[in-house]
Design a protein around this ligand. Structure first.
Ligand SMILES: C[S@@+](CC[C@H](N)C(=O)[O-])C[C@H]1O[C@@H](n2cnc3c(N)ncnc32)[C@H](O)[C@@H]1O
Length: 231
């Protein structure tokens, strides 16, 4: 299994990002652009979960591959998931320690998503939010997605939220619908193009929330896909 170069690059990139973003409010909910992006994503996720019959999360086992500092899993707690049913995997220990601090009753594993430390057919929902796009090596992306499918229960669903375009960040690889279909073959998919391009949201969210909503509804300026994947 290939892992070394891209994983070393990833570790350096996140170390570097910590310094670049020190003191920045770009990911704070007090930043109106970020608040807009997060709230719109949550609306999209809740609508999609409901459409797929996932309206009560309390008894579902949920895994996030590439959970980082636990922000997304914390959102699922707000959606009704039980803390003891939430699991997160990440390569980076310092991010996992933060996740554990936020969700002390949940399970975290410091592991490579290419070989998830769980039995096959364990989870009702397997999530990936902007983790696959942080991986430049196509073989690693393939291995991770195959393992996400392996740990999914029959009748379960994978939810992927990732951007298809991010010209500003060469350390990432946009994930388009055709690639989702290659990474998760023989599945049923629903693609929703969401998230007003962050540079536009940053310019407009303090001026007009309504204009941001209008532009996001047009979809042409949206940078991400929320995708449901069902084998
Ligand atoms: C952009 S962050 C997203 C974190 C989180 N999902 C969120 O949206 O807040 C991507 C995360 O994926 C993790 N990651 C990348 N490659 C991974 C791999 N092979 N195995 C496990 N985690 C990985 C990174 O360490 C990083 O924490």
């Amino acid at each position: 299994m290939k892992s070394l170069n891209d994983i070393a690059r990833l570790r350096n990139e996140y170390e570097d990002r910590k310094h670049r973003l020190a003191g920045s409010d770009v990911y704070s909910l007090f930043n109106r652009a970020n608040l807009f992006i997060v709230q719109q994503r949550q609306r999209g996720v809740l609508t999609t979960l409901k459409k797929n019959g996932f309206t009560s999360l309390s008894n579902l086992l949920i895994l996030e591959m590439g959970c980082g500092g636990g922000g997304v899993l914390t959102e699922y707690l707000g959606f009704g998931a039980s803390p003891e049913n939430l699991m997160g995997v990440d390569l980076l220990l310092d991010r996992l320690l933060h996740a554990h601090h936020l969700l002390p009753g949940s399970g975290f594993a410091n592991a490579d998503g290419q070989s998830l430390p769980y039995l096959s057919r364990t989870f009702d929902l397997v999530l990936q939010y902007t983790a696959i796009s942080s991986i430049l090596d196509p073989e690693i992306r393939r291995n991770i997605c195959a393992d996400m499918l392996r740990v999914l229960k029959p009748g379960g669903m994978i939810l992927s939220y990732d951007f298809w375009l991010n010209p500003a960040n060469p350390q990432t690889h946009g994930i388009r619908p055709a690639e989702i279909k290659r990474l998760f073959p023989n599945c049923q998919y629903e693609f929703h193009r969401i998230t007003l391009a962050p540079p536009i949201a940053r310019k407009l969210a303090t001026v007009s929330w309504g204009l941001c909503l209008f532009l996001e509804n047009l979809k042409i300026f949206n940078t991400h896909y929320l995708v449901t994947i069902r084998p």
